[in-house]
Design a protein around this ligand. Structure first.
Ligand code: ATP
Length: 236
């Protein structure tokens, strides 16, 4: 179980998170939805050790990982797929996947077997395995970034706006894959999204963030029925 309690994060004097608390059970897909600038990326960066919270705690199972630097968070198998993909554009698709497993020190045959599993999930990546990552489409780069995250064998996979800048058809394809990753690998997923409709179509539960505060939480069914969510996030 992953537990965030009363997290407060600042950029200098500006308080971006005003006491965020949320819980993610093993095997769940939980989403955090909110508008531009609400504090979604800041929440993920705080969990991933890229920002230090001024107050509050981050617990992974019963381990307190609050304030761990990013490389130590990765060692705990908490893996961030950042906004905007950030694949290594001058490396091939397959080299990018290999880098994902870097922190695990696994044998070559195991590595190759796991890469095969990623290709089963993302056939487009296999077709393009020798291509430079920088030549892939935005959607394919997003697939590669997720695949690279999976190569780290995450206890929890943190996805920052996987729909960003990608055409609707490919977004649907990627969200379908996210659902399958959770189903087939039992990976716990924390999905941060502006695209509430897509996020609520794959998650089990969700939270709504506004200007650094969680203002609503519930099962996805409850959130989809909420007048507030409908009006502000689903365009109904
Ligand atoms: P987006 O969807 O645009 O990424 P978000 O919900 O992820 O939005 P954050 O990026 O977490 O929002 O930003 C939360 C708040 O913190 C915003 O008011 C933003 O202006 C501010 N902020 C973010 N990064 C910085 C920074 N490096 N320095 C100062 N303020 C920042």
């Amino acid at each position: 179980m992953f537990l965030i309690d009363n997290i407060k994060t600042y950029y200098g004097n500006i308080q971006a998170l005003k006491g965020i608390s949320l819980k993610i059970e093993s095997g769940e897909i939980v989403t955090l939805i909110g508008a531009n600038g609400a504090g979604k990326t800041t929440t993920l960066k705080t969990i991933a050790g890229l920002l230090k919270p001024k107050e509050g705690s981050v617990m992974l199972d019963s381990k307190n990982i609050t304030g761990y630097p990013a490389h130590k968070v990765v060692k705990e198998s908490v893996i961030l797929v950042p906004e905007g993909r950030r694949v290594f554009s001058k490396l091939t698709v397959e080299e990018n996947l290999k880098i994902g497993a870097y922190s695990r020190n696994i044998k070559m045959n195991k590595l190759n077997e796991e890469i095969k599993n990623i290709y089963t999930m993302f056939p487009r990546l296999e077709e393009r395995k020798n291509q430079y990552a920088g030549t892939l489409s935005g959607g394919e780069q997003q697939m590669l970034a997720i695949g690279r995250g999976l190569m780290a064998k995450p206890k929890i996979l943190l996805l920052d706006e996987p729909s960003m800048g990608i055409s609707p058809i490919v977004v649907r394809e990627i969200f379908h894959i996210i659902k399958n990753i959770n189903k087939n690998f039992k990976t716990t997923i924390f999905l941060v999204e502006q695209n509430a409709k897509m996020a609520l179509s794959v998650a089990n539960r969700g939270y709504v963030i506004e200007t650094g505060n969680i203002i609503l939480e519930g099962t996805t069914e409850e959130l989809k029925e909420s007048e507030e969510v409908k009006k502000a996030y689903l365009g109904d």
